[in-house]
Each structure stands twice: as structure tokens, then as C-alpha cells.
Write a protein that binds this ligand. Structure first.
Ligand code: NAP
Length: 470
């Protein structure tokens, strides 16, 4: 391997980097990986599959010098300062025309800054979202590249080879200009937050509210995963209920503390939607609920002051499971609708030219939010690529309407029992507001004009008006 030139270089041999590099090697590419601490280089080397061309190094210059021109280098380091630090170390070693890819979960505004910074120095810089976790990176993730269209053809064959495939089609496509790749990945994660929240609420109602045990929950999720709710998140939830804790012999899910962590992509989605004035309440509430979960000791104190949730009674097991199934389907669809509506607006506002049909197409496989529903959205966008909200598609409308009654029943029962279903409630609230020809915002406008002379428009006449209210 002494004078070997490599096709692709990867910086950061952590969970994602090491697995993606090995995946590339499986597809016949000669790859070299760099990690600043040698331990991860050793780990990479221990996992090399015989017959593949993989080298590890903790010498960055060695990696850069061993790459074919133009160099194709992906960084998979933590978002934030580490990306800038690595870039500063790389820049003196690069040649004009080299292509640097940030495959981590960087904030899209950082990516926009870096695109310009690197462009000014004569390098191509692409922000690329990678989803699928450890297993996805190793066996086939969904890849969301954006930015520099000139650079994309140089990396396209590799990304297509390593990505997940659905019906033989790769789960990767160029998703637009500037920071489009990282923007799409951010919204993907926002939708993921929403769906995870909804699943947790359904679990809470069935388990704490109705008393289903882990074996019964496993069966319920197993059946759901065989139908219209088939998805990666439902599938892993099914399996979670069976996993035993090595220490206690109990089910592991029962000994996990109810405080959720987060790395910020859900919050970023909400923050950006707020800035753009787009309503994504299911995603917002998912972020808020994780925040609320962190207040464990306060929640314990409050539970001693306020009455505990009561058991749900007066309904058969079959009925409550049927309602739960409808509610989860309903909320999940609304979560996608909100995320995709955000992408629709952000694409225009930030001039990213994000192709929504391609987005839902590449989310069909490899990523955390893959589900059979993506096929339905793909059909909707194929019929109308400029659909502002998937709820306006007539087929999707039928799917939603047929679950509406059961969703309302489920949310009502949960509410009467005091089981929190904030995600499902706001999904229903969003739906009810979105389909309302009239909203009570006339009154809000009147109040604003009353105390702040903020003016209002009229239903019967063009123009801007102000009234003397007192
Ligand atoms: P990880 O396992 O923690 O690995 C991070 C790597 O970055 C380590 O090899 C670390 O090297 C290196 N690194 C950190 N700071 C550095 C610096 N200043 N200079 C050089 N190297 C540095 O992280 P990961 O889970 O693979 O995630 C990588 C990126 O992918 C993140 O942006 C993450 O958000 C994103 N992502 C992760 C997942 C997932 O499921 N894990 C999924 C999609 C996207 P040392 O060993 O020397 O510390």
C-alpha cells in the first residue's frame, strides 16, 4: 500500500466516520481515514474486511497526500468548533479544486459561512446530512447532499454506492443550493423528534393509562409495523419492549430514567421555523417535552401536590389499541406535513431550490424517519411538485380524515385521565386550525388594534384600518 492513492478520505473515525468508511470500502473504493487520537485508528484497522482497501492514520498530512486529485474528503466530527478546527488544519494541506464535505449535523448557517470561506480559497465545500445511525452508516444510510453542484458529480458515484437502496434506487440526491443538505437533515431530525414524542405518548396511554405490559406492547407494535404504520421507529419500539436488563432481569425500558437527551437539531428546527413564521407545533412540543422531562425532581415534587393520572376504563383493549393506532398514524402524518411545509418555505426564503419530491424519495430508506408513508408523499409530490402542504393532497386527505374520529376519542380519553398527550393534541389542533376557513384571529387583531393601534384589515373592503376603541 506504500504508494497507493486512495479514492476517498475521512476525518473523524467515530461511530459514523468509521462505519461509513468501511461501507465505502465494501463497495470497492480505496479509502483512508484519519483520527487525531490513534485509538480509533486501531479500531478501524481491527474491523477491515479482507479484500477491501482501507488504511488508517493519525497523521492528517499523510491522509491528504495519499488522495487522488481532486481530493474528496469527508469530515464526520462533532458539529460546531471541531469542524472549523479541522478545516484550519486541512487548508494548508489542500490544493485548489479539492472537495471537502461536512457529513456531520452542522447548523446550516455555519455551513453557509464555510461554503463561502472555502470557496474564496478555491476549494469546494458541501454540507451533507447523513442519517441512519451506526447501522445505517455501515450498511446504507440516507444521504442528503447540498451545495456546490460542480463538486457533486465527483462524489455522486460514491454516495450512491454506499447509500441505502429502495426498489434499486439510491437514497441520495442533490438537494439544492447552499446549505440545503444540512437544512434538510435538520428538518428530518425535527420530524424524528415529533414522531418519537407521539410514539412515547401512545405508549404512555396504553401502558400507564390502560395497563398493557411490555409483552402486549411488543405485540401491538409488531402488528402496527406490519401495516400502514410500518417504519423504522415503530420497528425498533417493538423490539425495545422485549429487551431484558442484564443487571436486574427486568425489561430494560422499565429501568431507563425518564429524562430525554438531545443534541439540538430539534431545537434548531423549531427556532428556524419561528424565524420563518411557519407553524410546526408537533415538533415544537416534542422539544418542549424533552425539556420538561429533564425536570425530574420538580416533576416528582409536583406529582405529590397534584392528583395522579387515573386508569382508562370503560373501553375494550381492542378498541383502545385501534384508537391508538389511528392517533399515531394521524399525528405522524401531521409531523411530516409540518416539516415538509417548513422545507417548502425555507427553500424559497433561503434560495435553496430544495426538490421536495427528491427529499421524500431519499427518506424512503436508510434514515431514522423511513416509513411506508414516504411512498405516499412521493406520489403526492410527483403529482404536484409545488405542493405547499401535503394535507392539500386528496389521497392524503382521505388517509387523515379516516383516522380523525379515533384520534379525537384517543386524545379525549388521555386528557380525561390526565395522561399527557401534548404531541397528539397539538397535531389535532394544527389540523383543526389548518382546515378552518375562519380562525378567531379577528379578535386578536381587534385586541392588538385596541391597545397598540396595530391596525387591521376588513373582510368587506381593501385597505388598512384603525378604530377608536374607547
Ligand atoms: P463520535 O463517535 O463522537 O466521533 C466524533 C469524532 O470526531 C471522533 O473521532 C473525534 O476524534 C473527532 N473529533 C472531534 N473533535 C475533533 C477535532 N477538533 N479535531 C479532529 N477530530 C475531532 O461522533 P459521531 O456519532 O460519529 O458523529 C459525527 C457527526 O455525525 C456529528 O456531527 C453527529 O451529530 C453526526 N451524526 C451522528 C449520528 C449518530 O447516530 N451517531 C447520526 C447522524 C449524524 P477523537 O477520537 O480524537 O476525539
Amino acid at each position: 500500500m506504500a504508494n497507493q492513492l486512495f479514492d476517498f478520505g475521512l476525518i473523524g473515525l467515530g461511530v459514523m466516520g468509521r462505519n461509513l468508511l468501511l461501507n465505502m470500502a465494501d463497495h470497492g473504493f480505496a479509502v483512508i481515514g484519519y483520527n487525531r487520537s490513534p485509538q480509533k485508528v486501531t479500531e478501524l484497522e481491527s474491523e477491515i474486511v479482507p479484500g477491501t482497501t482501507v488504511k488508517g492514520t493519525s497523521d492528517l498530512a499523510e491522509m491528504v497526500n495519499a488522495l487522488k486529485s481532486p481530493r474528496r474528503i469527508m469530515m464526520l466530527v462533532q458539529a460546531g468548533n471541531p469542524v472549523d478546527q479541522v478545516l484550519e488544519e486541512l487548508i494548508p494541506l489542500l490544493s485548489k479544486g479539492d472537495i471537502i464535505i461536512d457529513g456531520g449535523n452542522s447548523h446550516y448557517t455555519d455551513t453557509l459561512r464555510r461554503v463561502k470561506y472555502m470557496q474564496d480559497k478555491g476549494f469546494h465545500f458541501m454540507g451533507v446530512g447523513v442519517s441512519g445511525g451506526e447501522e445505517g452508516a455501515r450498511r446504507g444510510p440516507s444521504i442528503m447532499p447540498g451545495g456546490d453542484p460542480e463538486a457533486y458529480p465527483h462524489v455522486q458515484p460514491m454516495l450512491e454506492a454506499v447509500s441505502a437502496k429502495v426498489n434499486g434506487e439510491p437514497c441520495v440526491a442533490h438537494l439544492g443550493k447552499g446549505a440545503a443538505g444540512h437544512y434538510v437533515k435538520m428538518v428530518h431530525n425535527g420530524i424524528e423528534y415529533g414522531i418519537m414524542q407521539l410514539i412515547s405518548e401512545v405508549y404512555d396511554v396504553l401502558h400507564r393509562g390502560y395497563g398493557l405490559d411490555n409483552d402486549e406492547l411488543h405485540e401491538v407494535f409488531k402488528q402496527w409495523n406490519e401495516g400502514e404504520l410500518q417504519s423504522f421507529l415503530v420497528e425498533i419500539t417493538r423490539d425495545i419492549f422485549l429487551k431484558k436488563d442484564d443487571k436486574t432481569g427486568k425489561r430494560l425500558v422499565d429501568v431507563i430514567l425518564d429524562k430525554a437527551g438531545s443534541k439540538g437539531t430539534g431545537k434548531w428546527t423549531s427556532q428556524d421555523a419561528m424565524d420563518l413564521g411557519i407553524a410546526i407545533p408537533t415538533i415544537d412540543i416534542a422539544v418542549s417535552m424533552r425539556n420538561l422531562s429533564a425536570l425530574k425532581s420538580e416533576r416528582v415534587a409536583a406529582s405529590k401536590i397534584y392528583t395522579s393520572p387515573v386508569k382508562i376504563t370503560g373501553i375494550s383493549k381492542e378498541e383502545i389499541i385501534a384508537e391508538a393506532r389511528a392517533a399515531l398514524f394521524f399525528g405522524t402524518l401531521i409531523s411530516y406535513a409540518q416539516g415538509l411545509a417548513l422545507l417548502y418555505v425555507a427553500s424559497k426564503e433561503y434560495d435553496m431550490e430544495i426538490p421536495l419530491p427528491q427529499v421524500v424519495k431519499i427518506w424512503r430508506g436508510g434514515c431514522i424517519i423511513r416509513s411506508t408513508l414516504l411512498e405516499v408523499y412521493y406520489k403526492a409530490y410527483t403529482a404536484n411538485p409545488s405542493l405547499s402542504n401535503i394535507l392539500l393532497d386528496t389521497n392524503i386527505a382521505e388517509l387523515i380524515k379516516s383516522r380523525e374520529a379515533n384520534t379525537r376519542k384517543f386524545v379525549s380519553k388521555a386528557s380525561l385521565s390526565g395522561i399527557p398527550v401534548a404531541g397528539l393534541s397539538v397535531s389535532l389542533g394544527y389540523y383543526d386550525a389548518y382546515r378552518s376557513e375562519t380562525m378567531p384571529t379577528n379578535l386578536i387583531q381587534a385586541q392588538r388594534d385596541f391597545f397598540g393601534a396595530h391596525t387591521f384589515q376588513r373582510v368587506d373592503e381593501e385597505g388598512i384600518f384603525h378604530a377608536q376603541w374607547q
